[in-house]
Design a protein around this ligand. Structure first.
Ligand SMILES: Cc1cc2nc3c(=O)[nH]c(=O)nc-3n(C[C@H](O)[C@H](O)[C@H](O)COP(=O)(O)OP(=O)(O)OC[C@H]3O[C@@H](n4cnc5c(N)ncnc54)[C@H](O)[C@@H]3O)c2cc1C
Length: 458
């Protein structure tokens, strides 16, 4: 029997454990990742020439990061690893790649494809968010983690979710001036969610530690705020927000990191033809998969945050489980007891993810009050008013129709950053439920590639 060809997209926690599992069963998988090194988002490695200590880079997660890196490094020679390689589409039983260095395009046919593509920041626009000096929380963290750069000299962090406090802590610890942390979730809302918080005790303990550490350094933390605008014509000069008591306040700064949690990277699953279902709590359309990660498309498996945001530990479990499912489905003997244990672990992960979302809800309601001129789709310069007009005047209540008529989500990011907000605005304007606006359909290439890449592949 010819060995099945197993292709894994993503070398983060999920992809690493998937690759390790496939190798353990005597096969040599292909691992593709657009990043220059394995590790994924949370355990991103520093570039060559940087020698910061793991404890400085990963904090409480240093041990886990070390174990995951060691696991991937131990696969050298046993996997066909292509770092710096973007998968820009999936079609006809193969993934198509474009290398970051502009070299030759690639095509990797598969019998089983494990998509472990992770997540990206969730953005809710507000006036001035496209000003130079405004970054997402994830981008602010990448700058620090990867190249030891701060996004500014005096930074305000804004939004909600665990990453808000973590990134503020990491910046302050690295010696950057953190002017304030502005949390859109109020103290009362968090207190009401306390029973759910107790279900995520380790995360709660870390969150309280970051909070206490920031307060003990005199860093102002405002809860229950509403962002009003970023001031500054060419670059950030300050942030204006409404406090929980309704008073408008301004904090001078030269950079802002903002974000509202994470959203799954689902475009490749879409291009592979997976069926999607609406998930009301996150308001995201997510690719469907069974407990093991099998999608409804034969041979396509989903793992990690790209399937559903559950965090790094559960991503490792999901990667291993999806790989075991892919192997078992191809007639290779796998440990059924291990699979059952992983399924139970992932059930806990589901509850963990749901609890975090309940504690740090995405403030979709901010969108209803945004001024019309606020930029919604920064790639194409489409405003909130344009989206409302698309729904109202052009009767474009479904987002792909609105995209065709207004160019929302038609640019470089393929709607990755504006799509969820745009869908909410369309539904709100039409007085419909958010899911009625649907989701932006995945289009190749999922990220920009040189024109000759598409020509070569066609
Ligand atoms: C910017 C950012 C920062 C984060 N920081 C933290 C943190 O500090 N602490 C924490 O607990 N959690 C953090 N998270 C969440 C955490 O990273 C995830 O829960 C965890 O990494 C999920 O593991 P994963 O393997 O599913 O995905 P990831 O670790 O995201 O790995 C996915 C991999 O897939 C690759 N990939 C994606 N699409 C393609 C493509 N089309 N072609 C080729 N390669 C592709 C990516 O380059 C990446 O390496 C962060 C998330 C983000 C987005």
């Amino acid at each position: 029997m010819v060995d099945p060809r197993i292709v894994i997209v993503g070398a983060g926690p999920a992809g690493t454990r998937a690759a390790e599992t496939v190798v353990r069963h005597g096969l040599r998988p292909v691992v593709l990742d657009e990043a220059p090194q394995s590790g994924g988002q949370i355990y991103r490695r520093q570039p060559p020439g940087f020698s910061r200590d793991a404890k400085v880079l990963y904090g409480f997660e240093a041990g886990r990061a070390g174990r995951l890196h060691a696991a991937f490094d131990a696969l050298a020679g046993k996997v066909e690893h292509h770092p710096g390689t973007l998968v820009w589409t999936v079609r006809d039983g193969a993934v198509h790649t474009a290398p970051a260095d502009g070299g030759a395009v690639g095509r990797f046919p598969y019998d089983a494809l494990v998509l472990a593509t992770g997540a990206c920041d969730r953005v809710i626009p507000f006036p001035g968010w496209t000003t130079a000096g405004v970054y997402t929380l994830g981008a602010a963290q990448v700058a620090l983690k990867y190249q030891a750069c701060a996004i500014g000299g005096r930074v305000v962090f804004l939004g909600t979710g665990p990453l808000l406090y973590l990134v503020a802590y990491q910046y302050a610890k690295a010696g950057a001036e953190v002017a304030a942390v502005l949390d859109t979730t109020g103290f009362a809302a968090k207190a009401m969610a306390l029973p759910k918080l107790l279900a995520v005790l380790p995360a709660l303990a870390k969150g309280l530690y970051y909070l206490g550490w920031l307060r003990s350094r005199g860093i102002a933390i405002h809860e229950g705020v509403v962002p009003v605008r970023v001031d500054g014509a060419d670059a950030v000069e300050g942030v204006v927000f409404r406090s929980a008591s309704g008073e408008e306040r301004r904090i001078a700064c030269d950079a802002v990191g903002f974000g509202y949690g994470l959203q799954s990277e689902t475009q490749l699953a879409d291009l592979a033809g997976c069926r999607f279902a609406y998930e009301p709590q996150s308001r995201q359309w997510l690719p469907e998969a069974d407990a093991d990660g099998r999608s409804d498309v034969a041979g396509v498996y989903l793992a990690g945050d790209g399937r559903r945001v559950r965090g790094a530990d559960f991503a490792e479990m999901a990667g291993e489980l999806a790989a075991l499912a892919a192997l078992g489905d191809r007639g290779i003997a796998v440990d059924q007891a291990r699979m059952a244990a992983l399924r139970r672990g992932l059930d806990r992960g589901l509850r963990w993810g749901q609890a975090l979302q309940a504690v740090f809800p995405v403030p979709h309601h901010f969108l209803a009050d945004l001024p019309s001129e606020t930029v919604l789709c920064r790639c194409e310069g489409v405003t909130v008013g344009d989206a409302r007009r698309a729904a109202d005047d052009l009767d474009a209540r479904e987002i792909n129709r609105a995209k065709a008529l207004s160019r929302i989500g038609m640019g470089r990011c393929q709607g990755r950053y504006c799509g969820l907000s745009a869908a909410t605005i369309l539904a709100d304007t039409a007085g419909e439920k958010p899911e009625t606006a649907m989701r932006i359909r995945g289009q190749a290439p999922v990220k920009p590639v040189p024109l000759r890449t598409e020509e070569a592949a066609s």
